[in-house]
Design a protein around this ligand. Structure first.
Ligand code: 5GP
Length: 367
């Protein structure tokens, strides 16, 4: 790409510059993983600032093109890459960034990975301990491995025998998790049976990035927080045929001490009352017969016996070694002399830092 004179800012190899108001943002597609990747020239004071960088930044890359969108974010497309890995947004003045600047009292930018297409709404499954939520989720994941993915929660409780870190939960320490909650990494969190549990934004994004529908196994407090958040989801409550049956199942599981069982049963009473009456849930399932309950769950999710399954595809194109970008309304054109012109359609764009920016479309320009 070479050096380009932009706004009198001297650029190194693999750097581009974009001016927004009085500030010039220099983005460095560096191979040096220690680099923050962004520096800002305040054109009024001629001073350089290294900002606080939020969100998940891209892996180091060589060569990119950038273009300003809506005066609040910069679209960065990597050269010589594949389309579903190539698009990133550097937010410089979105609402999220403005809030963070106020909170941190420093210059702030935020990365957000661009995702082509939109995955189906996540599914929140709640219900008292021992009701069989885990079994139903396992059945679903086993029958439809490419369609559903489990949101791996964080918890401060100790792992049970056979539970694997990063698979069943991310087992963590309370002070570490509390710090991560303060820094905005969690979609929701709750104290459940005396331990802290929570869903990180990353846990949900990882599943959606893989083009899968995300399943969250969380308690009623967590479901309420998700309802209040910007995440649109389908909410399902699973209840037992009777309280006695729930107690029997919880004891048969043999994973808790008597004291823990008593605590879980007390909490179950409250959860059942809230779950059934609050109007929080879109669907209530009674797990009397496991197979019948599983069939009902599949019907709710649109994958019952009589229904056609929908597959999610994502568009994969090879992008050239070098190109320029130009913005026309809500589209960005990828221009290259020798390659077909491509179009990135941003009209259905949603989300953003510190999570992903979804709903992008990419196609070959057909005049
Ligand atoms: P367990 O300790 O039996 O794995 O889970 C106890 C309870 O915590 C279950 O009701 C489960 O739904 C809930 N839970 C698991 N992960 C989360 C989470 O990330 N957030 C919330 N709010 N609850 C969770």
């Amino acid at each position: 790409m070479g050096k380009a004179p932009a706004f009198f800012v001297e650029l190194n190899d693999f750097e581009t510059a974009v001016t927004v108001g009085n500030k010039t943002y220099v983005i460095c597609g560096t191979d040096d993983p220690t680099s923050s990747g962004v520096r800002i020239l305040n054109k009024l004071t001629s001073e350089w600032v290294i900002p606080t960088v939020l969100g998940t930044k891209p892996e180091p890359f060589k060569g990119h093109s950038s273009v300003l969108l809506n005066k609040d974010r910069i679209l960065i497309i990597k050269h010589n890459s594949i389309s579903n890995e190539s698009m990133w947004f550097l937010e410089v003045d979105t609402q999220f960034i403005r809030d963070q600047k106020k909170k941190l009292e420093t210059e702030v930018v935020g990365w957000s990975k661009g995702v082509i297409g939109d995955s189906d709404q996540p599914v929140v499954i709640s219900g008292p301990s021992g009701v069989g939520k885990g079994t139903l989720i396992n059945m679903l994941m086993k029958e439809f491995p490419s369609m559903f993915g489990f949101s791996v929660s964080h918890t401060t409780r100790a792992p049970r025998e056979k539970e694997q870190n990063g698979v069943h939960y991310h087992f963590t320490k309370r002070d570490v998790m509390e710090e991560d909650i303060r820094s905005g990494k969690f979609l929701e969190h709750a104290d459940v049976h005396g331990n802290l549990y929570g869903t990180s934004i990353e846990a949900v994004n990882v599943v959606a990035d893989a083009g899968k529908r995300c399943i969250l196994d969380i308690d009623v407090q967590g479901a309420r927080s998700v309802r209040a958040s910007s995440l649109e989801a389908t909410f399902i409550f699973v209840c037992p045929p009777s309280f006695e049956e729930l107690e029997k199942r919880l004891r048969a599981r043999g994973t808790e001490t008597e004291e823990q069982i008593q605590k879980r049963l007390r909490n179950a009473k409250a959860e059942l009352e809230q779950g059934k009456s609050s109007g929080l849930f879109d669907h209530i399932l009674v797990n009397n017969d496991l197979e019948a309950c599983y069939e009902q769950l599949k019907n709710i999710l649109g994958i019952g016996e009589s229904m056609n399954t929908v597959s999610i595809t994502s568009k994969v194109f090879d992008l050239p070694v070098d190109f320029s970008l130009s913005k026309v309304n809500e589209k960005v054109l990828i221009n290259h002399e020798a390659a077909e012109q491509m179009v990135v359609d941003l009209s259905s764009m949603k989300g953003g830092a510190p999570g992903r920016t979804r709903g992008l479309d990419i196609y070959v320009y057909d005049p």
